[in-house]
Design a protein. Structure first.
Length: 373
């Protein structure tokens, strides 16, 4: 098998350029940016590195092959032609899942069944056996069909990469870790940054920014499906974890301060910071945003205020935005990054943002409002 893998890294819409630049810093050279995903080429070390160190992508998949299919016969024949024996041993389990949008082949259960059958028929011929127990390592097959273009992939991550491991519990409306990390990246977090979140919830902004300042790889404390794959030497995972460990900055001046009106949220933030290994840099206490006072020093405020689709009705959210506008005082050295789905956020906040960026919080289309001066 070629020692280079074609990889697919799905990411949240609006974060593609951020994710692509991170992969470039990791050492990837063949990088193609598409809507909602990054295409990469790299060896087993880069595959492991992408899983351990990616802050912004949702998972890392091996692209086994792509083709056009408008009939089940075409789907079967093309899937069968791919080199599945390079990845799946005769005792491995290989469940199939996927999705189809704007395509002739729109029945997911039928596609799953035909893809599974095609892989089985290929492996029957290669291994000269007629039955597969599927009691060994699980190799999850994922397919996507978009406008009749089929992409056949193998999931190397397991749980989504946004699951860093520090947030087993969360408040009622948590921000996805990958989205929080993307916003922190746009805010330009450095080892001496001072960051505030006056509505910190379960502390995601505080923790992601602290990990970023410290240089802690998001996946350093978790495991991945591909660690059990026969075609990737376990030595590679040890090498990449050692590399990630060596990149952690020892002494930084960073601090993250959070407030929340709910004492349980504050407790959750502090517990999550401890699990993430950044408790030294994160402080949180009970506080109402209407009492929020910024320091005179340079600082960045990053927050995800409650809004109509989540915890407050729209009118209450609009009142909250007005309070924020009063408390988030325009001052040299103070920058504000606020994510909201409200089309008239700026009107209620009282100031027009210097920059805006469209992002998605789950299925909710939002804007990141950036006040930079």
């Amino acid at each position: 098998m070629d020692n280079k893998f074609n990889l697919v890294a799905p990411c949240l819409f609006g974060t593609e350029s951020i994710a692509a630049f991170e992969f470039k810093r990791m050492g990837f050279e063949d990088i193609i940016t598409e809507n909602g995903r990054i295409l990469l080429k790299g060896d087993a070390n880069l595959l492991a590195r992408a899983n351990i160190s990616s802050s912004f992508s949702e998972r890392i998949l091996i692209n086994v092959g792509e083709f056009i299919a408008t009939s089940f016969t075409e789907l079967f024949d093309n899937v069968k032609s791919l080199p599945w024996e390079n990845f799946i041993r005769k005792d491995d389990a290989f469940p199939v899942n996927g999705w189809s949008i704007s395509s002739a082949l729109h029945s997911i259960p039928d596609c799953q069944s035909i893809i599974k059958k095609a892989i089985v028929e290929r492996l029957k011929e290669k291994y000269k056996i007629s039955w597969f127990e599927e009691t060994g390592t699980e190799i999850k097959i994922r397919f996507s069909i978009h406008k009749d273009k089929v992409t056949m992939m193998i999931d190397t991550s397991g749980e989504g990469l946004h699951k860093r491991g520090y947030r087993r519990n969360s408040n009622d409306a948590p921000l996805k870790e990958t989205l929080a990390a993307s916003i922190c990246d746009l805010a330009r977090i450095y080892p001496d940054t001072q960051i505030y979140d006056p509505m910190c919830g379960s502390g995601t902004f505080l923790i992601e920014s602290a990990m970023m300042a410290k240089g802690i790889a998001p996946g350093l404390r978790r495991s991945f499906s591909a660690e059990r794959f026969s075609f990737i030497d376990e030595r590679i995972w040890r090498e990449e974890r050692t590399r990630a460990q060596d990149l952690i900055r020892k002494n930084i001046e960073f601090s993250a301060v959070g407030y929340d009106i709910d004492p349980k949220a504050v407790e959750l933030t502090l517990n999550n910071a401890k699990k993430a290994g950044v408790e030294k840099y994160v402080r949180a206490s009970v506080g109402d945003v209407k009492d929020f006072v910024l320091p005179n020093d340079r600082c960045i405020t990053v927050t995800n205020p409650p809004y109509g689709e989540r915890l407050l009705d729209v009118k209450s959210a609009e009142k909250l935005y007005s309070v924020m506008g009063e408390r988030f005082v325009k001052q040299e050295g103070h920058k504000f990054f606020i994510i909201s789905p409200h089309d008239e956020f700026e009107k209620h906040f009282g100031r027009t943002a210097d920059k805006r960026r469209k992002l998605y919080n789950g299925m909710i289309k939002c804007q990141l409002f950036m006040y930079l001066k």
